[in-house]
Every structure is written in structure tokens, then in C-alpha cells.
Write a protein that binds this ligand. Structure first.
Ligand code: SF4
Ligand code: SF4
Length: 241
């Protein structure tokens, strides 16, 4: 692909303003230009006040999440020319307080992980009592989450129920159930078992679709439901746990 000018329509907002607006910038791109690099070019060449977050530039830190042409993505791995649209619309994540331009406050996202019972960082292969029945994949399977917030932004229930526990935190709850590693699975199950928890999910899998890291939060929520249903059934019929 050749060099090409691409128009970026970027949501702008600063503290104290009543409503956001959009600014338009034209960026020279080549076949390697990512959305993050284009936004940094805008900051450098057109408007140094444009606010965005990023760190690693290669899809592993989870900090550069935003909505690009209406879809939650990590901007560092979005190839601009492959989007194939004459205008690229860039907006901040949804379902989080807007701080400035493309930056949202991630504190409510992390507040959903009840601490210390459901830690988002856990010991894994360093646990002395850990077993390796299935090789290294057994350890990494539930440690994929980047805490990027894309799933929370894409989830329609988050927009209608401010108390909803949300896909990322419930995926973390399921990993505590599936691999306790010193955490309490009963706590995680009870935490998710309420009207703002796993029963509130409407099972449309938007969260799983946007997840850049194969966490599959919707499947985790269904697993929580399955485990809770099994336990309730066993209790009703006096079969123990
Ligand atoms: S499947 Fe559930 S958690 Fe995922 S986006 Fe839909 S409502 Fe939200
Ligand atoms: S579950 Fe996926 S989309 Fe959600 S925070 Fe973790 S990595 Fe991001």
C-alpha cells in the first residue's frame, strides 16, 4: 500500500466543558501506520493538547484501548490503511468516566475486583504447591487478561446497570473458581451470584468479541452460572456441594 492521507475525526473533551465535540485532522499514513502512531503524529504536529494513554506499543499492556470506527480496540495494533475507511472516527471507551479526550478513569474498572479475595495479579508458576498436569498452558490459561477495559466498554448491560459486576471482573471470579491458587472459590461464586452479577448478563457475547487477549469473559460468566446452578440443584436434592 502506498502513502495515503487519512482523515481522523477525534472526540475532544476537557474538564469543565459541558459536552464533547469532534476535531478533524489529516494524517499521512503508510502501510505500517497504526492508529496509535497516527494519534501521536496529531499530538506532535497539530495539537499537543490531545490526551491519550499508551505504553508498550505492541498489544500487551492494555492501556491504549479506545473505540475506533465504533469498535473497541487496542489502538497500537490497528493498522489504519487496513481499516479501509476514508475517515477514521476515534472515541474514548464507554462505561467509564471521561477524564480528557481519549482518556477515561479506569478506577471504577479496578474497583470491581474485590480485594484481596479476587486479586487481578496472582502468583502462578511460583506457587510452591503448584502442580503441572497439563504443561505451561495450564498456568497461562487464566492469566491472559490485560485489564484493558475493552469488554466493559462494549457491554450493553454496563450502560444500563451501574452496579453490574461486568465481564472482566466476572472472568476473574471464574478463574478463582477454576484455579483457586490460594484464593477462595466460594467467595468468588457468592460474589457473582446476584442480580447485578452473572444472572444479569444477556449472553450476547459482545465482551468476548472485542477481547484482544482470548479471555472469553462471556464464557466465564456462563461457567459461573453453570457452577451455581449445579450447586443449587445439589442442595435442593440434598446431594451436598
Ligand atoms: S455477554 Fe454479558 S458480560 Fe458480555 S457483553 Fe454481553 S451482557 Fe456484557
Ligand atoms: S477480559 Fe479481555 S477485554 Fe476485558 S479487560 Fe481483560 S483483556 Fe481486556
Amino acid at each position: 500500500m502506498a502513502e495515503r492521507d487519512v482523515v481522523f475525526k477525534v472526540l475532544r473533551y476537557k474538564q469543565g466543558e459541558t459536552v464533547p465535540h469532534y476535531d478533524t485532522f489529516t494524517v499521512k499514513t503508510d502501510e505500517n501506520t497504526t492508529a496509535l502512531v497516527a494519534l501521536q503524529a496529531i499530538r506532535r504536529d497539530d495539537d499537543p493538547s490531545l490526551t491519550l494513554r499508551h505504553s508498550c506499543h505492541h498489544g500487551s499492556c492494555g492501556t491504549c484501548g479506545m473505540r475506533i470506527n465504533g469498535e473497541e480496540q487496542l489502538s497500537c495494533v490497528v493498522n489504519v490503511q487496513e481499516l479501509g475507511t476514508p475517515t477514521v472516527v476515534v472515541e474514548p471507551l464507554q462505561n467509564a468516566p471521561l477524564v480528557s479526550d481519549l482518556v477515561v478513569d479506569m478506577a471504577p474498572f479496578f474497583d470491581r475486583y474485590t480485594q484481596p479475595e479476587m486479586p487481578y495479579v496472582r502468583q502462578s508458576e511460583f506457587m510452591p504447591e503448584a502442580d503441572v498436569p497439563d504443561g505451561i498452558g495450564h498456568y497461562t490459561r487464566y492469566e491472559n487478561c490485560l485489564e484493558c477495559g475493552l469488554c466493559v466498554s462494549a457491554c450493553p448491560v454496563m450502560g444500563s446497570d451501574a452496579s453490574y459486576l461486568g465481564p472482566a471482573a466476572m472472568a476473574a471470579a471464574w478463574r478463582v473458581v477454576a484455579e483457586p491458587r490460594g484464593s477462595d472459590p466460594e467467595f468468588a461464586l457468592n460474589w457473582a451470584d446476584n442480580e447485578h452479577g452473572c444472572w444479569r448478563c444477556h449472553v450476547a457475547y459482545e465482551c468476548t468479541e472485542v477481547c484482544p487477549s482470548d479471555v472469553n469473559p462471556a464464557e466465564a460468566i456462563m461457567s459461573l452460572r453453570g457452577e451455581l446452578t449445579k450447586r443449587k440443584f445439589r442442595r435442593v436434592f440434598g446431594l451436598g456441594k
